[in-house]
Design a protein around this ligand. Sequence first.
Ligand SMILES: O=C(NC/C=C/[C@H]1O[C@@H](n2cnc3cncnc32)[C@H](O)[C@@H]1O)c1cc([N+](=O)[O-])cc(O)c1O
Ligand SMILES: [Mg+2]
Length: 214
Amino acid sequence: TQSTRPQRLLSAVQKNATRGDPCSVVRAIDDFCRHKEWAMNVGDEKGCILDSVVSEMNPAAVLELGTYCGYSTVRIARLLPPDAKFITLEFNPGFAAIARQVIAWAGLEEKVQLVEGASGDWIPKIKEQFGIKTFDLVFLDHWKDRYLPDTKLMEECGLLRKGSVLLADNVICPGTPDYLEYIRSSPKYESRYFKSHLEYTKVEDGLEKSIFLG
Ligand SMILES: O=C(NC/C=C/[C@H]1O[C@@H](n2cnc3cncnc32)[C@H](O)[C@@H]1O)c1cc([N+](=O)[O-])cc(O)c1O
Ligand SMILES: [Mg+2]
C-alpha cells in the first residue's frame, strides 16, 4: 500500500537519526523536508526562535496544540527541565501514531504526554486529568482557525497565569488574522512579532509571542 508523507518522514528519521539523540532527529526531519518532501513542521529557522523562548522560560508546564509528526514536540522536550510536564494534543490518529514513534526515537517519551483528541474537548479537562494548574508556555500550531477559540477557552478554564506565554506559529502564512487582531488589541496580553520565514522556504512568516497579563 502507498505510504503517507508522515510515514516517509518517520522512515527518514529511523534511517538517518541516532536513537536517543533529539538533535539528530530534528536534523533528519529538516533535511527530509528541505531536500525530499516539504512538510508543515515549524522548521529550523522558526525552530531556533522557539528554542530561545523555551530556554529563556525554563517552563515547568508546557502545552502544544497540534503535534503533527512531533518535530516541535522533540524541539521543546529536549530543552525542558527534568520534572517538567509537557502535554501535546493531536486529534488525527495516524499523525499521533507517527509522532509517538518520532518522540520515542529521540528518547523523549518519558518527557512528553501525547494526548489523542481535539483541543476543544481536552482543554477543559486538563486541570483534573493531569493535575496541572496553569501552563507557563503554550505553543499553538494546529488548525489556524482554532487559535482564537482555544485561546479564549484556555482563559475561561483558568489555564493561564500572569506571565504565561502563548507562542503562535504561522501568524503570517497561512495566517491567523482573527487571533492576531484579538491578541494584539487585548489589554490582557503584551505581544511581540518575531519575523522569520515559512519553514524551508523564502516566504515570510513569523511567530507571535504573547504574554498573558492576568
Ligand atoms: O495548516 C497548518 N497547520 C495545521 C496543523 C494541524 C495539525 O494539528 C492537528 N490539529 C488540528 N486541530 C486540532 C485540534 N486538536 C488537536 N489537534 C489538532 C492536525 O491533525 C494536524 O496534525 C500549517 C500550514 C502551513 N502551510 O504552509 O500551509 C505551514 C504550517 O507551519 C502549518 O502549521
Ligand atoms: Mg505551523
